[in-house]
Design a protein around this ligand. Structure first.
Ligand code: HEC
Length: 113
């Protein structure tokens, strides 16, 4: 019995460590939901393709470090998102979602005639 009790905190601690594991936990599916929930799509488009209100974010999403630094500290046309509004986990998920967006086809045959 004693040894089992001792195991519980150890397992919990391992769980916390794993959930802080950044890239490990990032989910593109959750990221898409967060991208919608936090209104990113309103300026950057549903596929991160950009619009008149914001530049394109995908394909070729910027590295996670640059991405996070920008979203947290920007103070120009885009409002900064603090951790209180948008958690690190959600931000990593959004980045994972942007990374799944495929590049457009190289060329459209009809336009090459
Ligand atoms: C109100 C419109 C608006 C919203 C909402 C918005 N953005 Fe932006 N975003 C911009 C604009 C405009 C820029 C161009 C840089 C600037 O002037 O701030 C930008 C730039 C960026 C960039 C840098 C792109 C580059 O190539 O330099 C990233 C990354 C980004 N946004 C991510 C996000 C994410 C993630 C969200 C949602 C959490 C979001 N944005 C929500 C308007 C918006």
């Amino acid at each position: 019995m004693r040894s089992v009790r001792g195991l519980v905190p150890a397992v919990l601690a391992a769980g916390v460590l794993l959930s802080c594991g950044g890239a490990f936990a990032a989910s593109a599916e959750k990221g898409k939901a967060a991208f919608i929930q936090h209104g990113c799509w309103q300026c950057h488009g549903m596929q991160g393709q950009g619009s008149t209100a914001g530049p394109k974010l995908a394909p070729d999403a910027m590295p996670i470090e640059t991405f996070t630094a920008f979203v947290r500290t920007t103070n120009r046309a885009m409002p900064p998102y603090s951790e209180a509004i948008l958690s690190n986990g959600d931000l990593e998920d959004i980045h994972a979602y942007l990374q799944t967006i495929p590049k457009p086809a190289e060329s459209i045959p009809l336009l090459n005639q």
